[in-house]
Design a protein around this ligand. Structure first.
Ligand SMILES: [Zn+2]
Length: 318
């Protein structure tokens, strides 16, 4: 049996649950599954030991991060509902640490997955590419059949997995895993978030530098790669990994509950206009007249001479 040195135990799957050999296919893919349960590596392996279960994977990672080998790498496990994929892939079942919800996994399991992926990529000489389709070398069960596997949490982290693994292959030290937030964030519309990255679409994997680092969640698409729309699209889309701080909508920014109306005087707090366009920085701190208000859009100027249309959140009533 060929296996990774990172596998500390072998729980061999019953021979009725996998195919011997790989039919000449080369190993060039990694397929990530979730167990849809909170299990140890041994417990998952036991499932594949019952005959005619018709399912298996090459490896399993328990909630504690322990790695078990179930099917040797020279053989094709039955994991992904696609023979073509499984002939070419090392398939890995990862335990969750929550049932339902986003089907999160523990940091220990995540670290083990990163390490195992690096080891597999090194030994079979390939890199991880993820584009959400079977064309990439990092694939998932839901690319081949209607299933929630690998769960929203792992699915959202696949671009990060590819990035982290490739960086290690390129010689950089593993990035320390950011500890999971102590409590489930349950972000909601109205939350003000501080961010260190932005995406142009809910399904984009191309992280960009944000025009500004604070925004308000105005829409949520559950299960999307970047589920949170900020400032009605004026800022872009984000996911949990780029949100570095949250003020829930029950703790509104101090000026948000103050009604701004036509005729008021306001101080400008940010040099960003209503459409997200950057204004000259000297506008910040300036005092302007409010000419017109429609929802959160406030037109400011001197007397009746319009200077800019601003978001209410960029202004402070004085
Ligand atoms: Zn699966």
């Amino acid at each position: 049996m060929t296996k990774s040195d990172l596998a500390s135990i072998v729980v061999e799957a019953d021979s009725s649950n996998y195919t011997k050999g790989r039919k000449g296919y080369k190993i060039c893919k990694l397929t990530v599954h979730h167990m849809a349960g909170i299990l140890t590596a041994e417990q998952c392996g036991k499932i594949f030991q019952s005959s005619n279960r018709q399912a298996s994977s090459n490896y399993g990672i328990g909630n504690d991060g322990k790695i078990a080998c179930y099917v040797g790498e020279e053989d094709r496990a039955w994991a992904s509902s696609s023979a073509t994929n499984d002939y070419q892939a090392i398939t890995v079942e990862v335990s969750n640490n929550e049932i339902g919800g986003d089907w999160k996994v523990s940091d220990a399991a995540w670290n083990a997955l990163v390490n195992l992926a690096v080891d597999v990529c090194k030994r079979y000489n390939f890199r991880l590419t993820y584009d959400g389709t079977p064309n990439g070398s990092l694939t998932t069960h839901n690319m081949f059949i209607q299933t929630t596997c690998p769960g929203a949490y792992l699915k959202n982290k696949l671009p990060e997995l590819a990035e982290t693994v490739n960086a290690i292959l390129d010689g950089s030290k593993p990035k320390p895993v950011v500890p999971t937030a102590p409590a489930k964030t349950n972000r909601k519309v109205g939350d003000v978030v501080t961010i260190n990255g932005i995406y142009t679409a809910s399904n984009s994997t191309n992280k960009l530098n944000p025009a500004r680092t604070t925004g308000t969640i105005t829409r949520i698409i559950e299960g999307a790669l970047n589920p949170y729309l900020l400032d009605n699209g004026n800022l872009g889309w984000v996911n949990d990994s780029v949100i570095i701080n949250t003020t829930t909508s029950t703790q509104k920014p101090e000026n948000s509950n103050v009604e701004i109306k036509s005729g008021d005087k306001v101080r400008v707090l940010k040099n960003i206009d209503y459409n997200g366009t950057k204004l000259i920085s000297s506008i910040v701190g300036g005092i302007y007249d409010v000419i017109e208000v429609a929802g959160d859009r406030v037109v400011i100027g001197k007397g009746k001479n319009v200077t800019a249309a601003m978001n209410k959140s960029s202004l402070q009533k004085i």
